[in-house]
Write a protein that binds this ligand. Structure first.
Ligand code: SIN
Length: 330
């Protein structure tokens, strides 16, 4: 039986329109409708029975928690109804890793949810979107993609939502998983997995996703970016402006300058959880210093600052015990 794949369009460069086919920047993101995106890839109908709908038509730098939760709500609804075999989300690349990771935390089904996008607008010579969309549908329709959580497919590579990150401002091979590598590839149409993806759904993801998708926002958790001569003055501002948690993107192995550490320790004493992450491109953030442990800072493990922030937001929203969510950092 042919697989039924439903595409949820969020906008982004994959749906971008430029005035000139040689232009790869300076275009309008999210300008092409989902039906037009599907029609541009006639080969899709040989792979699966494909339908589509638009959830948003935005440049993903502007995405809000409300839109991410709306997307999560629609994915949840489709999976619960059981009328589709897989879901593809077309999304801007700038925040794709965040939306994909949020949905991965809330994923409760074995059916694939696959994010894709493009670095060149739909109108560009050599647009990468059509093949990315075809590959994403191929992965979503593959039996081998079941039970692997939320995946990200671009440039013929398959990545897990948890480890993937956008590393280049403009290159088509921008999505990489520096800690662990891609988990598979689409080779000339064949979907191949090299190794399994570790599942990182939150325990009770079905009820957590029900709660979260009925709300329109997530708690305010800023990321503070560490740098030389940082005195941590933004911490006071964040606390006074309602931060419910904080992520500090420190240096190297999540190192925090002494003046900042003192102020973050006070925040933890006030009941504001603090995750120590890193601004380095790869590597694990470990507990490292006894003083960090004494202050109660949580090491981000393999998560980059933006993903650590989402995990903290979801955990705070749903009062998930630290013991239940911190295991996702290791
Ligand atoms: C966006 O993230 O919406 C614009 C950039 C892109 O999709 O590559």
């Amino acid at each position: 039986m042919r697989k039924r794949i439903h595409i949820l369009a969020m906008g982004g460069t994959i749906a971008g329109k430029a005035g000139d086919s040689a232009a790869t920047t300076g275009y309008q993101a999210g300008a092409v409708g989902v039906e037009e995106l599907i029609a541009a890839v006639p080969q899709i109908k040989d792979v699966a029975e494909v339908t589509g709908e638009s959830i948003a038509a935005i440049d993903s730098k502007d995405i809000t928690a409300e839109e991410q939760l709306r997307l999560a709500g629609r994915v949840r609804e489709l999976l619960l109804k059981g009328e589709v075999d897989g879901i593809v989300v077309t999304h801007g690349t700038d925040t794709m890793e965040e939306s994909a990771y949020l949905l991965d935390l809330l994923h409760f089904a074995d059916k694939p949810v696959v994010f894709t996008g493009a670095m060149r607008p739909a109108t560009a010579l050599s647009a990468d979107g059509p093949l990315n969309l075809l590959d994403a549908v191929r992965v979503a329709a593959s039996d081998n993609a079941r039970d692997r959580g939320v995946l990200v497919v671009l440039n013929n590579a398959i990545h897990s939502a948890r480890l993937v990150t956008k590393i280049s401002t403009t290159a088509v091979e921008t999505f990489q998983s520096p800690n662990g590598g891609a988990i598979g590839a689409v080779n000339d149409g064949a979907v191949v997995f090299y190794h399994s993806a570790e599942l990182h759904h939150l325990p009770g993801a079905l009820s957590i996703s029900e709660k979260l998708t009925s709300q329109r926002e997530l708690p305010y958790v800023p990321i503070l970016y560490g740098h030389s001569d940082d005195d941590g003055r933004l911490i006071k501002w964040a606390v006074e402006n309602g931060a419910k948690g904080m992520v500090y993107a420190g240096m190297g192995n999540g190192s925090i300058p002494a003046r900042v550490e003192t102020k973050l320790a006070v925040a933890v004493q006030q009941g504001i959880p603090v995750i120590r992450a890193s601004s380095s491109a790869c590597g694990m953030v470990t507990q490292a210093e006894a003083s960090y442990e004494q202050a109660g800072f949580i090491a981000s493990g393999w998560l980059n600052p933006r993903k650590a922030r989402l995990l903290l937001q979801v955990s705070i929203s749903c009062s998930i015990s630290p013991a239940d969510w911190q295991k996702f950092l290791a």
